[in-house]
Design a protein around this ligand. Structure first.
Ligand code: ASP
Length: 334
């Protein structure tokens, strides 16, 4: 009798443990196929509630799908990888559902400080902006740093001043959404700093990687960072090598998750270096970085290698993501 009870309790424990850990299993999608062109994008990785409202889920899927259309059209008509990643990220920055551009999260003072970066795999040219407050599209400010300045990273007005089209400037309230304000109030009342991902299951940092039909790779990432973050805090999205990397010889990568971890391990460039110097595939390299470096529940990354193989990989319960390639493959997932 006692034995039966003990066995039943043990089985119950195993069952409950399984349920609790079901959502934290590592998932990935790798499409190891050579492609003329290929593209992947993300809208943040994190703990997506299984009971996410179906209308909200649909809105996210619709936004991801429209972003994918933009990149797909550019690449299918022979456009460049750099143009594709910039235009996709610009679209996602305009979409208040995501934590980038309009709809970005607020810092501890209730202000916006936006980070973004972009990299061109042809020659390793790159640009990043940090703590931007008035550029509607931080990714385009980052591209200006890459193409119109001798520098690779510029903070605050330094990056914004490169935007010569005044339509690209916005007052601070342009970025404001009531949802983010209420989220910031909740987090600041608790006196914590929150990854946008973990708070109410909302996700947000955006990124895109692409290979074009000329064989060139590019990556871009844009974010509002952490909810209630300290003034001046900078995450991986603005750091070339950490949140963004592209090298025609290996791959293009854009990350999302706990920025401090991705910076510590220079996650995006580590994937490229493991491929180049360690002979790993994109999939093996990403697995190594997300499992053995940045660690459990740290976030995710998207990638494309020099042959056009795609990767969508995360160690959280979900990642807003989408991908397509020239073989007519198309995927949108939450
Ligand atoms: N990686 C971003 C940061 O740390 C946050 C995110 O991906 O949501 O700023």
């Amino acid at each position: 009798m006692n034995r039966k009870i003990i066995i039943s309790i043990a089985l119950l424990f195993v069952f409950v443990y399984g349920l609790l850990h079901k959502d934290s299993k590592r998932e990935k999608l790798s499409i190891n196929r050579s492609n003329d062109w290929a593209i992947a994008l993300h809208g943040g990785a994190g703990e997506i509630p299984p009971d996410l409202d179906s209308n909200l889920r649909q809105s996210y899927e619709q936004a991801l799908s429209s972003a994918l259309d933009i990149g797909q059209e550019i690449l299918a008509s022979g456009g460049s990888a750099v143009d594709a990643v910039e235009q996709v990220v610009r679209f996602l920055e305009d979409e208040p559902l995501f934590n980038a551009g309009r709809g970005a999260v607020l810092n501890e003072r209730g202000d916006f400080e936006l980070d973004a970066s972009i990299m061109d795999g042809r020659d390793l040219s790159c640009g990043a902006v940090v703590g931007i407050e008035h550029a509607k599209h931080p990714v385009s400010a980052a591209r200006k740093v890459m193409e119109k300045s001798p520098h690779v990273m510029m903070a605050k007005y330094g990056g914004e001043l490169l935007l010569d089209d005044e339509k690209e400037w916005a007052p601070s309230d342009y970025f404001f959404t009531m949802e983010r304000y209420e989220q910031w109030q909740r987090v600041s009342e608790q006196g914590t700093v929150g990854l946008d991902h973990w708070e109410d299951g909302k996700l947000g940092t955006v990124g895109c990687v692409a290979k074009d039909s000329q064989g060139n790779l590019a990556a871009a990432t844009s974010t509002g960072g952490l909810v209630n973050k300290a003034i001046g805090r900078v995450g991986d999205s603005a750091v070339i090598g950490a949140g963004t990397y592209a090298d025609n010889a290996t791959c293009a990568v854009s990350c999302t998750g706990k920025g401090e971890e991705f910076i510590r391990y220079t996650a995006a460039s580590l994937v490229s270096h493991l491929m180049r110097y360690g002979g790993r595939s994109l999939e093996e390299a990403a697995e190594e970085v997300l499992t053995h470096r940045t660690g459990a529940h740290s976030g995710g990354m998207i990638g494309v290698d020099k042959d056009g193989a795609l990767l969508l990989h995360y160690n959280t319960s979900g990642m807003f993501r989408a991908a397509a390639d020239s073989s007519s493959y198309r995927f949108v997932g939450v």
